[in-house]
Design a protein around this ligand. Structure first.
Ligand code: RB5
Length: 143
């Protein structure tokens, strides 16, 4: 189950991505925002964080205007590894190397089709399970 959240700056891209998730029959929870009015991105970042930390969802997608504020918010929490990606190489690498569990996107930065490729890459790439990457992820969590 994927938790999806955005502020107003990410709303349109969130809708586009949810359309793909519907078509691909990938289960998700839309945790808002639901309308175009101005809202505070930390609220929606926290909703996705909570859904993952409670194990209700195993991954998240967070979108704000740049993807920056909402990824900063998510990364304040132990157990969350949020990766702000603007290209597919990074989306693949952050799954392989960092076991990232949240993908952050900039709704005002990316075109829809590129964003969708990034989402697909992120969701389809498993963690490498290499010992060195496991050790480093463990260090992220417990240093
Ligand atoms: C909202 O105007 C904007 O600041 C927000 O979407 C995001 O880009 C913050 O990092």
């Amino acid at each position: 189950m994927i938790a999806v959240g955005s502020d107003h700056g990410g709303l349109e891209l969130k809708k586009f991505i949810m359309k793909y998730l519907d078509e691909a029959k990938i289960e998700y929870k839309d945790l808002g925002t639901y309308t175009s009015g101005s809202v505070d991105y930390p609220v929606y970042g926290k909703r996705v964080v909570d859904a993952i930390l409670s194990k209700e969802c195993d991954k998240g997608i967070l979108i704000c205007g740049t993807g920056i504020g909402i990824s900063i918010m998510a990364n304040r929490y132990k157990g969350i590894r949020a990766a702000l990606c603007s290209d597919c190489f990074s989306a693949e690498a952050t799954r392989l190397h960092n076991d990232a569990n949240v993908l952050a996107l900039g709704g005002r930065v990316l075109g829809e089709e590129l964003a969708l490729k990034i989402v697909k890459t992120f969701l389809e790439t498993p963690f490498s399970e290499d010992e060195r990457h496991k050790r480093r992820v463990e260090m992220l969590e417990n240093f």
